[in-house]
Design a protein around this ligand. Structure first.
Ligand code: GRF
Length: 219
């Protein structure tokens, strides 16, 4: 089996990055190598996680580039140079620019802490708690040029109580993020995922278990 090289983009603490590292180390995801972390934040804790696990990290500050396109062209080139086959956004706090999307069509995944298309953008957990929904969750989706608008791969549903606030709901959702992100990567690495328009098709996984997890095991 050919090894799938993964490139990670992260801006912060990197707990999803860690979940992916752990899933690869423990063999839950087989046939992948996490080749590089690219970050826009020099003090991101994700860098420390990369160091501990012997993963190369590169800091690239957008302000050091002439334009947004130049920045995302640089990221695309860094990924391409390392033979990356899948890019995962693990808390990357930017809308991805065209040069990177065009270089990796349907090969960039993001995790969002709400059930898209509800509550896109920042603070999805706070938006859900404030709105008073009974169910929120998290979504792994392919990245397109919009903000959290690309085709949905897997979602996990998480109950919301009237007592929830941003912190409590974020914690409950985060457990599920750490389950579904590695799961989506596993399915991709096994070659089971294809995209038809807005629809993501997952082969060899019975519906609905493969793409709606309620409640996710371990959450
Ligand atoms: C997560 O809540 C993720 O859904 C969102 O950013 C946060 C990143 O957290 N996109 P971490 O850095 O993975 O801990």
């Amino acid at each position: 089996m050919e090894v799938l090289n993964i490139g990670v983009l992260a801006s912060g603490r990197g707990s999803n990055f860690q979940a992916i590292i752990d899933a690869a180390d423990s063999g839950i995801i087989k046939g992948v190598t996490i080749r590089v972390l690219l970050t826009d934040t020099p003090n991101a804790y994700a860098i420390e996680r990369a160091r501990i696990h012997g993963i190369e990290s590169v800091v690239a500050l957008p302000k050091e580039f002439g334009s947004r396109d130049e920045y995302f062209s640089y990221l695309a080139e860094e990924m391409r140079k390392r033979g990356i086959g899948l890019i995962v956004l693990a808390g990357f706090m930017r809308i991805v620019g065209k040069p990177l999307i065009n270089a990796f069509p349907n090969r960039i995944m993001n995790i969002h802490p709400a059930l898209l298309p509800s509550f896109p953008g920042l603070h999805g957990q706070k938006q859900a708690a404030d709105y008073g929904v009974r169910i929120s969750g998290c979504t792994v989706h392919f990245v397109d040029e919009g903000m959290d608008t690309g085709p949905v791969i897997i979602q996990a549903a998480v109950p919301v109580t009237p007592d929830d606030n941003e912190a409590s709901l974020s914690e409950r959702i985060l457990h599920c993020e750490h389950r579904i992100f590695p799961e989506a990567i596993r399915l991709f690495a096994e070659g089971r995922i294809s995209v038809s328009g807005r629809k993501v098709l997952i082969s060899g996984v019975p519906a609905p278990e493969g793409f709606l997890i309620w409640p996710p095991p371990g959450c």
